[in-house]
Design a protein around this ligand. Structure first.
Ligand SMILES: Cc1ncc(COP(=O)(O)O)c(C=O)c1O
Length: 306
């Protein structure tokens, strides 16, 4: 039995719900060999009354753009993917926080790098999920690997093959006793974490690297920029140097899995006072209220499941 099937009963694959054990692929699946896939990571929050999926439509829109960038035709539109997500959550009758993983990948048929003749398979799995990073704060290391530049791969696509860059970076950070990796871009400016965007606070101003710093344009990043501006903070999207990170009064990471995670240490140096700062805390509280459907103003970001 797959370890996953202890966590959920049904998966949506190629248009229908199947029992978890049947959601399998052959070892000669193209994507397994060449990283030919695109995916998403989405969260659903149970607030005691209903389960709300955060920015579901935006995630599915990004998945279709990612697919286009690597030359995939999914055969499903945003509405169909949104409906399929709700269908798989309902079938599993989840009443707790969940992580949703849609993936589209090149199937079986050839070992050639020419994917034009291959079927594109689409699956959506969902399972109970808690914290990804320590919510009280992480210690990060600027690793020796650089984030892949957009002149080598379409890095704004959330494509599976690109993640080897993240995997080896995180391994380096963990090997040296850190919680998370921070990658510089090809020019040497701050890019992002292995699976998160990065923000700093300096002189009361919030700053985050621009889309041109080889980042994945995070949906949480976008949400945090909007929330922070609505709270009256000044937010800049601009290049950030490594030493600005060292001298920042606060720093934090954002991502679907990471949500808003304070950075308390970089390369052995404490950030600010070495514990989450007031701006980070304020944003964490606001974000939590929003995803838990406690803030009317942002209800447009939530899709109720039941
Ligand atoms: C490399 C990378 N950067 C940033 C993010 C944050 O993106 P989002 O907020 O859309 O989850 C993720 C997670 O999906 C990621 O994998």
């Amino acid at each position: 039995m797959s370890i996953w099937c202890k966590k959920f009963r049904f998966t949506w694959i190629d248009g229908s719900l199947v029992e978890c054990e049947k959601a399998q692929v052959h070892v000669l699946t193209h994507a397994l060999h060449y990283g030919t896939g695109v995916f998403e990571g989405i969260r659903g929050y149970w607030n005691g009354e209903n389960l709300y999926v955060f920015r579901l439509r935006e995630h599915m829109e990004r998945m279709l753009v990612s697919a286009k960038m690597i030359g995939f035709k999914l055969g499903y539109n945003v509405e169909q993917l949104v409906d399929a997500t709700l269908e798989v959550i309902r079938a599993n009758e989840f009443k707790e926080n969940v992580y949703i993983r849609p993936i589209a990948f090149a199937g079986e048929g050839t070992i050639s790098l020419d994917i034009t003749s291959l079927p594109v398979r689409v699956a959506i799995a969902a399972f109970p999920f808690g914290h990804y990073l320590k919510p009280e704060g992480v210690r990060v290391k600027v690793v020796s690997w650089r984030r892949i530049p957009s002149f080598s791969l379409p890095i704004s696509a959330k494509a599976t093959g690109i993640y080897l860059n993240s995997v080896i970076s995180l391994a380096e950070a963990k090997r040296e006793g850190y919680d998370e990796a921070l990658l510089l871009d090809w020019r040497g400016y701050i890019s992002e974490g292995s699976g998160e965007n990065v923000f700093i606070v300096r002189n009361g101003v919030i700053a985050t690297p621009p889309v041109t710093a080889s980042i994945l344009e995070g949906i949480t990043r976008d949400a945090v920029i909007k929330i922070a501006r609505d709270l009256g903070y000044n937010v800049e999207e601009r290049d950030i140097t490594r030493d600005e990170l060292y001298s920042a009064s606060e720093a934090f990471m954002t991502g679907t899995a990471a949500e808003i995670t304070p950075i308390v240490e970089v390369d052995g140096k404490t950030v600010g006072g070495g514990s989450p700062g007031p701006v980070t805390r304020r944003l964490q509280e606001e974000y939590r209220d929003i995803v838990m459907a406690k803030n009317e103003k942002y209800m447009k970001w939530l899709t109720p499941v039941y």
